[in-house]
Ligand binder design. Sequence first.
Ligand SMILES: [Zn+2]
Length: 368
Amino acid sequence: MSDQIPHLPAYDEATLDLSFAVLEEDVRVSAAAAASDPEAFRLLWLGRKQGRLKLISEAWLKSAPAEARKPLGIRFNQLKESIERVLAAPAAATGPAVPALDVTLPGLVRQPGIPHPLLTTMDRIVEVFHHLGYSTELGPQVESDFYNFEALNFPENHPARDTQDTLQIAGQASKPSRDRLLMRTHTSPVQIRTMVAQAPPLRIVIPGKVHRNDAADATHSPIFHQVEGLCVGPDITFSDLKGTLDHAMRALFGTGVKTRFFPSFFPFTEPSADVQISCIFCGGAGCRKCKHSGWIELLGCGMVDPAVFQAVTGERRRLGLDDTPYDPARVSGFAFGMGVERIAMILHGVSDIGYFYSGDMRFLEQFA
Ligand SMILES: [Zn+2]
């Protein structure tokens, strides 16, 4: 240990407390050696010429302003007592300092963690489809243009491919357009990846995070979650799609829930439909939550467009795989997708999507 005395920058109470706390800690540390060599410890602190106490007295006490003499003196004496205590019983002073324990104080309660409400909702949706024999597939969030758009039948100039809507990865301009990387805008590329890797029949459910170049508001977030499903085999029909989703909606929202299908458009399905469920709050009578229509729009779906099967076939051929299993003349299929945030908002009556990402414990604790 250095026998230099630390500089005392000021004489106010806080500085004195801090400076003497450092010295008390030095005493405690050097006391470890006092048991085997008490004389060295005594010389270090109490030596008549170069002892630290003597040096402190010269450096700090003698130059102290009059009003600081008393507070400085009190602390100096306390330090001296600590040193003398070590010399009286060296072995006892070497243990770590143990603060007094007041058993009457309330304890530190460790909050058990809970799954985030979005994860719980996602798990709930996925589980419904697991019971129908679907298996879970996952894919990367950084995706190529081919898997996110081209294979899903988005035309070259589709607005979704614009940087206004899609977050593009920088420095991709020199690559062919199919290889350019972007943040996936939906979980659908996992459908393509799975079909390229596996022959039908196929029943998969795809939960995951997706990214859009969207401004955040009460119902939009640039990052959100989807669950998609895909079923491919010989003779899969629109009736299978209707029956599957009708069952899934009743499993999720209660057996009294009705579904209805409206014509819609997605590049990767033909025909396409939007699915509404009867309002879970008013049972269809009309209320504020369903804007007095009795129905809530929940998901999109449709029969897989033959162009998607052709893209999968082309990619399998490019990779040297068997290019026959997804011949549109031999297989058909349906796909559906839903927003996890929207379903969680409906299930829990949450009015602003931002609450899910705020990290506000007062919000999250309600799901414990
Ligand atoms: Zn309603």
